[in-house]
Design a protein around this ligand. Sequence first.
Ligand code: GLA
Length: 666
Amino acid sequence: MYATSPRRRVGLADAARGRVLFGGDYNPEQWPEETWSEDVRLMREAGVNSVTLGVFSWAKIEPRPGVREFGWLDRLMDLVHANGIGVVLATPTSSPPPWLGRLHPDTLPRDADGRTEWWGGRQHFSHSSATYRRYAAAVTEDLAARYGGHPALTMWHINNEYCTYDWGDEAAGTFRRWLRDRYGTLDALNAAWGTAFWSQGYGDWQEVLPPRRAHYLNNPTQVLDFKRYTSDLLLECYAAERDIVRRHSPDIPVTTNFMPMWAGQDAWRWAEEEDVVSVDLYPDPRDPFGAQEGALVQDMTRSQARGPWMLMEQAAGAVNWRGVNHPKPRGLNRLWSLQAVARGADAVCYFQWRQSRQGAEKFHSGMVGHAGERGRAHQEIKQLGAELRRIGPAVTGRHTPAEIAILHDWNAWWAGAQDGRPSTEVDPPQVLRAWHRALWEAHLTTDFAHPEHDLTAYRLVVVPQLYLLTDTAIDRLVAYVRGGGTLVCGFLTGIADEDDRVRSGGMDERLRELFGIRTLHEWWPLDPGEYAECDGFRGTLWTEEIEALTRAEGAVAVSRYQGGELDGLPAVLNRDRAWYVSTLPEPAALRELLRGVAADAGVRPVLEGLPAQVEAVRRGDLLFVLNHGRDPVTVAVPGEYRDLLGERRVAGALELGRYGVAVLSS
Ligand code: GLA
């Protein structure tokens, strides 16, 4: 189900053509046409070579049902093309015009309480609405017929950040259809959902509903299936439009933009349906772990793309959707953009080109802010554009290698983050972040993978937490270790099967055997701020009452709990090349644990002795060195290099100023 398939012949390289794509969402319909020529002048000066058009243009293209107004878009496509700028053309289907909702209220989604989501914002469409799909297909068809052969077109961008849910009546019908495909019979559904509990047995398909507001906890497998279904229904919408544009322009790659770590889309499955995998990334400039958050999303996206990927959106400065929205300090936009390139991006783009003066996002920064071309943010954009042009030929298409895979699965997240569990303090994405952070701080580059993927290429696989694991996944993990791989696994893993049924013994037997766990007696989750003393470190969040196999049987308690109910029981258990960590060690301890296991598995950082704030990543035969700190640093780099950014020679030591970056070529 999660096997990877060969990518199509067309991909990002066809759009990038040896350059890093640089540009962003361009919404010129917000501006008088006089502004357009000014825009393209500034774009050229800034080295912009790509704009995304049409993301929210449905009402402009189709002001009344069935009417088409393409004249403005014709002029725009021709204008940018005449200026050497390529177009990522979006289908406008994420924000239907008001007339669609007025004439066809069935296109509007309902929330779990039955309330309608009205027009007046955006993304007010029901993935299940046959009417919505018909209108979306029609406008996509005409757009693709008109521009599929336009010389400016480099890529198709379907919809925007698919993220909607629907609990309405038409959705109830598509949910039943999806469930029939999955289970075949109501008996099978009743068995999978465990409906014997609380008298939930279904006798007629019409009784089966999306998990609408109920008096008390919803059936967890119903909730899990609703999340799977929502991801699949949105994917159907995407695929329908993708197939239309492909019919008109088979040689143009197709993408849609993910939100990072978004719960609503199973990105492993989605990525297989795209020619280019792209993501929107907005770390908080004030977040002390902003750079790591960026690295995580970049590593995840590169792994989904299995090669170069597209940074579709980031902010030149502040966003407008946090409580307090901080601008990017001088140099940070450049640093984080080059970090993305280091980690495999062949496209560095923004929301949006020109900052709006009206509408809900007028306080969201743009590549040209309210301060205009003299503004600092725009000046920094220009500098970045020039640098990307310089390094483009040396980096694009190159691979960012990693010897470690972190496993992540949306099903495990959906099942493991519900109500009614031992501790709502355990948040799967936060646990994932903690483990990625440990490896990032140990200066180790990581891929991500799905537990059913082929893992044999990796020296080390880590599982921060996969509450739900299929039999296929468990067999893969066991075979991976038997085949010589090293596995480190965090708590609350392998608890449930794919129907969210707790496995016999409370944790899968094959995994218990792998890690040397004889009996998993009880979980002892910790309160916020509570610690568990262990030999050599403190655990947080969670502890477990484990009876291990004996040393003679091959199990070694590497660290034990000290004091309390669990005194003397294993906190970290090792058997052969399999490690089990039954708590969340404090950050430094988790880092040192993983660093040690990685070293034993033969995995080392690309540079030894790096200062804490410095990141070093290899891409192809280039070495990116990034200073995430505000203080200058000197980094030891054995050998002689040329810095492609500074055009300087580097021998033995590299000086990096505040937020400094070097791209070293030997
Ligand atoms: C998302 C959307 C954009 C814009 C930005 C603002 O990424 O795709 O249209 O709203 O957020 O950060």
